[in-house]
Design a protein around this ligand. Structure first.
Ligand SMILES: NC(=O)c1ccc[n+]([C@@H]2O[C@H](COP(=O)([O-])OP(=O)(O)OC[C@H]3O[C@@H](n4cnc5c(N)ncnc54)[C@H](OP(=O)(O)O)[C@@H]3O)[C@@H](O)[C@H]2O)c1
Length: 282
């Protein structure tokens, strides 16, 4: 089996589910040996066995909780020790919480920033300098930063921060020969998308009715963009609209919220309580 990433080693975070799992498969199919990281070790082991069974490059499962202080730096160290080196880092792990500003300085929102923002920063700081010529950092961000529904307030803020950091990181690491790929996603049909719909305000629920492509399809688009070392990958078409016309998108959100206010009680316009995810089964 010959692929564009033959002989390269990558680390994919958030690989136990959704887009990360699909991306790990897509990169392995293109020749990359992948270290796959997340909390649910059983799912990582199953994914690694599946990739190993294809007879191409191997997969290395690494269990980690990125909300814990120092976990990202320790993950980077483990990935280097177990793989020899890391040529490609895919910062994909992400969480969504539906708390609003009224919930104040909530613990869940701080944990969200650990996973969505600070972990990508710590992993990039630890791994990009050892990559050398041909290295690649891929950050999975979101156009939710342009879609200001109240229940996405902290999520959107974390992704806005990640996007700004990604664009600046490209200039910081270009002298080392390391490419930085900025992925801006709209809706993709994963557990997070289902959670976003369940916990959304009625206005946001109107928007999420547009539907979502599969994570396998999104992973193919991203992996092909990585092969071409594209600077930015915006997917699907609805995300391209939000990215290109953020002011128009914000007006659409105003309109959706206004419609929602008319048809439901104002107290319900904020967020529903989403079901708890990944509870004791971990
Ligand atoms: N789906 C969408 O519509 C959409 C849109 C825009 C952007 N995105 C972004 O795409 C990326 C992938 O999301 P997805 O839709 O595939 O979500 P998902 O299906 O919910 O998967 C999230 C992944 O992150 C991992 N993760 C969560 N908390 C973690 C923690 N504390 N430590 C380590 N790993 C953790 C999860 O694994 P464990 O639970 O096993 O830890 C899981 O593998 C995220 O960055 C997300 O923000 C998604």
């Amino acid at each position: 089996m010959h692929g564009p990433f033959d002989g390269m080693t990558g680390l994919v975070t958030g690989a136990s589910d959704g887009l990360g799992r699909s991306l790990a498969r897509a990169l392995a199919a293109r020749g990359m040996t992948v270290a796959v990281a997340a909390r649910r070790a059983d799912r990582l082991a199953a994914l690694a066995a599946e990739i190993d069974g294809l007879g191409g490059p191997t997969a290395i499962p690494v269990a980690v909780d990125l909300t814990e202080p120092g976990a990202a730096a320790a993950l980077a160290q483990q990935a280097i020790e177990r793989c020899g080196r890391v040529d490609v880092l895919v910062n994909n792990a992400g969480v969504l919480v539906s708390e609003t500003m009224r919930d104040g300085d909530c613990q869940a929102a701080r944990a969200l920033f650990e996973v969505n923002y600070w972990s990508p920063v710590a992993l990039t700081a630890a791994l990009a300098p050892q990559m050398g010529q041909g290295g690649m950092v891929v950050n999975i961000s979101s156009v939710a930063q342009h879609v200001p529904f109240p229940c996405y307030v902290f999520y959107g803020a974390s992704k806005a921060g990640l996007s700004a950091t990604t664009e600046a990181a490209r200039h910081e690491f270009s002298a080392d020969g390391v490419s930085v790929v900025h992925v801006l996603l709209g809706q993709v049909g994963t557990a997070m998308y289902i959670q976003a719909r369940a916990g959304a305000s009625p206005g946001a629920r109107l928007v999420t009715r547009l539907g979502a492509p599969s994570p396998d399809r999104a992973a193919e688009v991203i992996a092909n963009g990585m092969v071409r070392r594209k600077r930015r990958i915006v997917y699907p078409v609805s995300a391209q609209f939000a990215r290109r016309w953020p002011a128009l998108t914000a007006r659409g959100v105003d309109a959706a919220q206004a419609v929602a206010r008319r048809v439901v009680r104002p107290t319900e316009v904020s967020c529903a309580n989403p079901p708890a995810r990944h509870s004791a089964a971990r």
